[in-house]
Design a protein around this ligand. Structure first.
Ligand SMILES: Cc1cc2nc3c(=O)[nH]c(=O)nc-3n(C[C@H](O)[C@H](O)[C@H](O)COP(=O)(O)OP(=O)(O)OC[C@H]3O[C@@H](n4cnc5c(N)ncnc54)[C@H](O)[C@@H]3O)c2cc1C
Length: 417
């Protein structure tokens, strides 16, 4: 794999940019692999990369029904933070944040991780109490998060309306400075390129129709649109369709799948310095490097497998953004889209073993799994390689919905992007 560098850019510029090679080959399936990963999103591709890099397992295929990164990885609003309430979540997301820090260098691919700070607005007494509880809990876990008055919040983000007369008055905010955004496509492309360079096959446009099991109940491979492909181990990382894929192996998942929408405005000059989230009004906003305002909302109220959502939700979100940031009243919106998010009852992910031998699952990230990408991929690879969970994903079992040992982020925050 040729290294990307300033030198390579100059060299290729002198030869009319004809020397760039494809970033990863378009692989066709082999008869059998040591590991098959279903789903070429950031999590699946990342897991393949860590399997190869950290565990020396390179006979791996990542199979996607569409193009790589075409699921939620390429559709999300890229908020990265780790200030979750419970110890288990804070540790896992902070592990991811540590990995985000050096990811561009590690992958030799610019994922444009920008630590611009994520500010979460409090609009009522309940918000204030809840976010201050988060700040205390995070600090005990060594996760940075601090409380700001409304005036300090405005100083940090000047377009914010802190008038007492506002429909959603700002009573303060929690700010995580290590948090920020990254370029979502680049994360998928960077992991794909680095995994392929270590021998991983990335097979696109190949839906997995069913997971096949042998007479002893263990997985033997997957039936796909390109025929049967054998595998010693299978890991499902197919956000939005996890229940469907897992059902084919006889495993019923505690998941509901909802559309989640986002939209972008026309591009403008830099005007918005950070990420702002408002859980109470279900709206959040940042500005991309191209200049577009990137705006997201809460999930639609109904379950669906359609990658689009209802207009009323978008209308509500835009109205809320205009109330909180009146400066954006006359902005024009360019386009909107949706993804399908798998939501668990406690709004925390499931990463680990399943009742089926050699079948592993990574799902249930709901509206907030992009930020976890490197961390989730890293611990999933560990679990698949060793057959046992990493200490960080040990609590995130499927079993917890039977035992009741929940990680109840649902109770901690109305929206958990
Ligand atoms: C609008 C929106 C905004 C969001 N905003 C944020 C945010 O700001 N911050 C944040 O942290 N998270 C956010 N998320 C959530 C985040 O995008 C996801 O949790 C994360 O990207 C999941 O990554 P993944 O790799 O697991 O899944 P995906 O990227 O969805 O990859 C799963 C892949 O599985 C494939 N697949 C499915 N079924 C099959 C099959 N049968 N055979 C083969 N392949 C299959 C799909 O084609 C897909 O490519 C948002 C999501 C959406 C939709």
């Amino acid at each position: 794999m040729p290294r990307y560098s300033a030198f390579a850019v100059v060299k290729n510029a002198l030869t009319g940019h004809k020397g760039w090679r494809e970033q990863w080959p378009d692989a066709q399936p082999k008869k059998e692999y040591d590991v098959i990963i279903v789903g070429a999103g950031g999590h699946g591709l990342g897991a393949a990369y860590y399997l190869a890099r950290e565990h020396g397992i390179t006979n791996v295929a990542v199979i996607d029904k569409g193009w790589l990164g075409g699921g939620n990885t390429g559709r999300n609003t890229t908020i990265i933070r780790s200030n979750y309430l419970y110890d288990e979540s804070a540790k896992l997301y902070d592990h991811a944040l540590d990995l985000w820090d050096g990811l561009s260098q590690e992958l030799n691919y610019n994922v444009m991780f920008s630590r611009r700070g994520v500010m979460m607005l409090a609009h009522n007494v309940h918000d204030v109490q809840s976010f201050q509880r988060h700040v205390h809990s995070n600090r005990l876990n060594g996760v940075d998060n601090r409380w700001l008055s409304a005036e300090e919040a405005k100083e940090f983000c000047p377009p914010l309306n802190i008038s007492r007369e506002a429909r959603y008055p700002v009573m303060g905010a929690a700010l995580q400075m290590r948090a920020g955004t990254a370029r979502h496509d680049a994360v998928a492309w960077g992991y794909a390129r680095a995994a392929a360079a270590r021998g991983v096959d990335i097979i696109q446009n190949c839906p997995v129709i069913a997971i096949r099991r042998g007479p002893d109940g263990a997985v033997t491979g997957v039936d796909t649109a390109k025929g049967f492909i054998g595998a010693k181990k299978v890991a499902v990382s197919a956000a939005g369709h996890t229940s469907v894929v897992m059902e084919s192996a006889g495993v019923r998942m505690p998941l509901e799948s909802f559309p989640l929408q986002a939209l972008v405005s026309e591009p403008v000059k830099p005007v918005f310095p950070c990420v702002v989230m408002s859980n109470t009004v279900h709206a959040y906003i940042s500005q991309s490097d191209k200049g577009e305002l990137v705006i997201g909302s809460g999930t639609d109220q109904y379950t669906s497998y359609s990658q689009r959502g209802g207009l009323p939700l978008i209308e509500h979100t835009v109205a809320a953004i205009c109330e909180i940031f009146p400066i954006f009243n006359r902005m024009r919106m360019l386009r909107k889209w949706g993804g399908i998010v798998d939501v668990t009852p406690d709004r925390s992910a499931i990463i680990g073993k399943t009742p089926v031998k050699n079948l592993f699952v990574n799902c249930g990230w709901g509206t907030g799994g992009f930020k976890a990408t490197p961390g989730a991929a890293h611990v999933l690879a560990h679990t698949v390689a060793t057959g046992e969970p990493h200490a960080l994903n040990a609590p995130f079992t499927l079993d917890r919905f039977r035992t009741g040992r929940l990680i109840d982020e649902a109770a901690a925050a109305a929206v958990a992007h």
